[in-house]
Design a protein around this ligand. Structure first.
Ligand code: FES
Ligand SMILES: [Fe+2]
Length: 365
């Protein structure tokens, strides 16, 4: 049986892919235990600064290594003192020279691209660097961009519905009426003006109609023209990193034609399966204006926490009802087109070419 919301795939999420395991700042010299894609893992930083990820239970008697001491980059089991190298190989036993078979920890491939630590989920021999998501706009350019409000959330819901929610524009007025928008259909989603569909990247770009610049924006951007537009983008990098509601403020001439970009504000989300039915949700914000204004950082970060919590409340309400659900029987709205396109893309990556449901909306620019 297909795993909801897929209609052909029986898996909950694609393997042989890179997922965010942690923020860079979360991993230090003490072990951080986290379950990723059903595997309990510990992550820690060696003296050289590089990050190690190995299985979290000592093979001898299943002692969790979360509380293990790290001595000279080796993990020392708190129960009987077995010591493991950063490659997971058991290097020392306190009471005997011979290391019995089966004493090694499983080691995982990790790549750190700040602010993320990526973990390869899949066949050990196949870490494919071409699949490593590369979101250039999130790499801090010295002094020109600011990443802030970085938070780790936990969602008791499957990762695919968390991912699709980020491409679902029509929920915004109803799930986030106080934080993001009013219950007004006039504020409804606009069709994308451009779609970019590449092997490791999918983007929906939208350009709003020109509107009069309000006072709050004038205060932030004193040289902003009397008319402005917002260029927004929803992007999927790899299978789990999303920039959603990335908004660029565009100055316009008197005819409403875009002239220059004034500032960029991006909300990004890394979605990582914890188990088939639960998800790690890493949320953060990037901006390239008013970099020293702590009040702006605080107010955006506070609002984003609220927005993510509102989404989580909805997703956790839905999850218990999905065991019996059949996506083939669900009607789709016109506004579901982008989310369904993401679903089909992920499903195809799992080796399934699903037959489209008759009611599926087409997503075209
Ligand atoms: S449980 Fe780890 S050495 Fe015994
Ligand atoms: Fe939302």
């Amino acid at each position: 049986m297909a795993f909801y919301p897929f209609i052909a795939a029986e898996q909950a999420y694609p393997r042989n892919q890179w997922y965010v395991a942690a923020w860079s700042h979360e991993v230090g010299e003490a072990p951080l235990m986290r379950m990723i894609a059903g595997e309990r893992i510990i992550l820690y930083r060696q003296r050289s600064g590089s990050v190690t990820a190995v299985s979290a239970l000592c093979p001898h008697r299943q002692m969790p290594l979360e509380t293990a001491e790290i001595v000279n980059d080796q993990i020392v089991c708190p129960y009987h003192g077995a010591a493991f190298g950063s490659d997971g190989v058991c290097a020392h036993l306190p009471f005997q020279k011979h290391v019995p078979a089966g004493m090694n920890l499983k080691s995982f491939h990790v790549v750190e691209h700040a602010p993320f630590i990526w973990l390869w989920v899949g066949a050990e021999e196949l870490p494919d660097l071409n699949r490593l998501p590369s979101a250039r706009s999130l790499q801090p350019e010295d002094g020109r961009t600011l990443l802030f409000g970085l938070k780790t959330f936990h969602v008791q819901a499957r990762s695919q519905i968390v991912l699709e929610n980020l491409f679902d524009q029509s929920h915004i007025s109803f799930t986030h009426p106080l934080t993001l928008g009013q219950r007004c259909t006039a504020n409804g989603p606009t069709r994308p003006s451009e779609i970019i569909d590449e092997e490791n990247y999918l983007a929906f770009l939208r350009l709003s109609s020109p509107k009069a610049t309000d006072e709050a924006l004038h205060a932030l951007f004193p040289t902003l023209s009397a008319q402005m537009r917002i260029r927004s983008r929803s992007e999927l990098f790899g299978v789990g990193l999303v920039i959603s509601a990335g908004s660029e403020i565009i100055a316009c001439d008197e005819e409403g034609e875009p002239t220059s970009s004034m500032g960029d504000l991006v909300f990004f989300h890394a979605i990582t399966p914890e188990t088939e039915h639960s998800t790690h949700y890493f949320a953060g914000i990037m901006r390239n204006f008013a970099l020293n204004d702590q009040d702006i950082s605080n107010s955006y970060a506070e609002r984003n926490d609220q927005v993510v919590s509102e989404d989580i409340r909805i997703l956790e309400a839905i999850e218990p009802h999905l065991v019996e659900a059949d996506a083939r029987r669900e009607p789709n709205f016109v506004t579901d087109a982008a989310a369904v396109r993401v679903r089909r893309r992920i499903e195809a990556l799992m080796g399934n070419t699903p037959v489209r449901c008759a009611c599926e909306p087409a997503c075209e620019a």
